[in-house]
Design a protein around this ligand. Structure first.
Ligand code: NDP
Ligand code: ZN
Length: 175
């Protein structure tokens, strides 16, 4: 199977799994717009052409936010993709505050591919907050999110200067 087919299959799979979900912005955008935005940012701004990274970006929220299992990703997309998705997945049995703390703690130990996906995820989330903040988020909560995202990103291994500068640009728009 060629690379285009593999990437499109990941998009089709993620779209199916997220089909009933919406983002937190005021317009409640379809969830799948977000993983597609990550992959587009990585390819366009980051110059990333590594299929595993782009597939992992598309699939990055399937373990955390849908019923998808690691084994399914393993069988459909292979171990490398499944491992990157697992690396960017929080342990949902933990309290939100602990999960946020662990993202900061674990950032320095991420693989290059996981660091790229995390950079793209945080950059897209900051952009989304500036464009249309989640309903009910105070200015203080938006700022807290920006500051936490920066702590995570500052801890990641330096893997792609263009992506790091895209994050910095997004952070400069801090509300
Ligand atoms: P989060 O603060 O974790 O919500 C942000 C997450 O929602 C993002 O990481 C992103 O996840 C996803 N998301 C969906 N839509 C959007 C969007 N449009 N823009 C940006 N992100 C979006 O939410 P929780 O409910 O889990 O909150 C937990 C933490 O929030 C607590 O630990 C507490 O510290 C803090 N909090 C602060 C408050 C305050 O007023 N200061 C009030 C309540 C909580 P993804 O990575 O999946 O893309
Ligand atoms: Zn995400």
């Amino acid at each position: 199977m060629n690379a285009f087919a593999r990437l499109l299959l990941a998009i089709e799979f993620a779209a199916g799994r997220h089909r009933h979900q919406r983002r937190k912005d005021a317009e409640a955008s379809p969830y799948i717009n977000h993983p597609i935005a990550l992959a587009a940012l990585l390819a366009e701004t980051g110059g990333v052409d590594d299929l595993v990274t782009l597939q992992a970006a598309i699939l990055h929220d399937t373990l955390e936010d849908t019923e998808t299992t690691y084994d399914e990703l393993f069988h459909l997309f292979g171990k490398e993709v499944a491992d990157v998705v697992l690396e960017v997945t929080d342990d949902k049995t933990l309290e939100p505050a602990m999960r946020k703390h662990l993202q900061v703690e674990h950032a320095p130990h991420k693989s290059e591919r996981a660091a790229l996906v995390k950079l793209a995820d945080k950059t897209c989330n900051l952009r989304d907050i500036v464009t249309s903040a989640p309903a009910g988020w105070s200015l203080e909560r938006q700022r807290e999110y920006f500051d936490w995202a920066k702590r995570v990103v500052d801890g990641l291994p330096k893997v792609n200067a263009a992506m790091e500068s895209a994050f910095d640009d997004a952070w400069r728009a801090r509300p």
